[in-house]
Design a protein around this ligand. Structure first.
Ligand SMILES: NC(=O)c1ccc[n+]([C@@H]2O[C@H](COP(=O)([O-])OP(=O)(O)OC[C@H]3O[C@@H](n4cnc5c(N)ncnc54)[C@H](O)[C@@H]3O)[C@@H](O)[C@H]2O)c1
Length: 251
């Protein structure tokens, strides 16, 4: 029997990258999974390839009406909501503080920070009613300290995700709802490939990463499945770093 048998999960930004592997892993562990993403084509393809235990619903995490529709359709399709993985994100390249356009700054905050806030607000009423739930908010190693491979909006948004997580974890602890933050280091996904060239990925691997390689997205999905499961019943409000020891050095 899988870790998540009988549970219903939503994964945002689930059409590709880490969201895709999280959706596959949760389904492998027995959950029914709703993939929410603005990328309809890849999202539908993924749901189809997972099969009956997955469904794609178009979602823009920055829009609370879009969230309300997703929650309604999830409940119509699968009955309830037990797990939310707030994974959708935008990196936005590496402009410095003086170079980043205000519009890009706001867009990154909207997706990475407001998206997480919207997601928690959309699913919490159902979880409160059920007196159970697990929410996993994807922050980043850049939510812990400066990171040479991102921009200030990204770092600010990922620090904010940790703050939101702690605030909410405390507020809903007595409702048996656990809320944790996961902080991946460098993971090889379309986001990493859009930010760095192949040469830069090799250079970062050799100079910044103690394991001399990026993580595979599946290596993060293992932790997501555990935190989503009842095995993690007393784990809430935490920051979980998956970075191959990168945070041990100040690079
Ligand atoms: N790749 C890394 O090295 C790394 C490291 C640390 C943290 N993260 C975080 O992990 C998460 C996943 O990253 P990834 O590398 O898989 O990214 P990715 O770019 O490969 O995938 C992100 C997904 O989010 C979706 N998305 C973007 N805007 C959206 C919106 N408004 N509404 C709904 N969906 C939207 C995209 O369509 C895409 O499918 C992000 O939150 C990211 O910040 C990534």
């Amino acid at each position: 029997m899988g870790l998540l048998e009988g549970k219903i999960a939503i994964v945002t930004g689930g059409a590709k990258g880490m969201g895709e592997t999280h959706a596959r892993k949760l389904a492998d562990e027995g959950a029914k999974v709703v993939i929410g993403d603005v990328d309809v084509e890849n999202g539908e393809k993924l749901a189809e390839s997972i099969g009956d235990n997955a469904s794609f619903i178009e979602l823009d995490v920055t829009n609370s009406t879009s969230w309300d529709q997703l929650v309604k359709k999830t409940k119509e399709t699968f009955g309830s909501i037990d797990i939310l993985v707030n994974n959708a994100g935008l990196a936005g390249g590496m402009p410095g503080l003086l170079e980043i356009e205000e519009d890009l700054y706001k867009k990154i905050i909207d997706i990475n920070q407001l998206g997480v806030f919207n997601g928690m607000r959309a699913v919490l009423p159902t979880m409160i009613e059920n007196n159970k739930g697990s929410i996993i908010n994807i922050s980043s190693l850049a939510g812990l300290r400066h990171d040479t491979t991102v921009n200030p909006a990204y770092t600010a948004s990922k620090f904010a995700v940790r703050g939101l997580t702690k605030q909410a974890a405390y507020e809903f602890a007595d409702k048996n709802i656990r809320i944790n933050a996961v902080l991946p280091g460098a993971v090889l996904t379309p986001m990493a490939e859009a930010t760095l060239t192949k040469e830069q990925i090799d250079e970062v691997s050799q100079t910044l990463l103690p394991m001399k390689r990026f993580a595979n997205p599946e290596e993060v999905s293992e932790l997501i499945a555990f935190l989503a499961s009842d095995k993690a019943s007393y784990i809430s409000g935490g920051d979980f770093v998956v970075d191959g020891a990168r945070a041990t050095i100040n690079k």
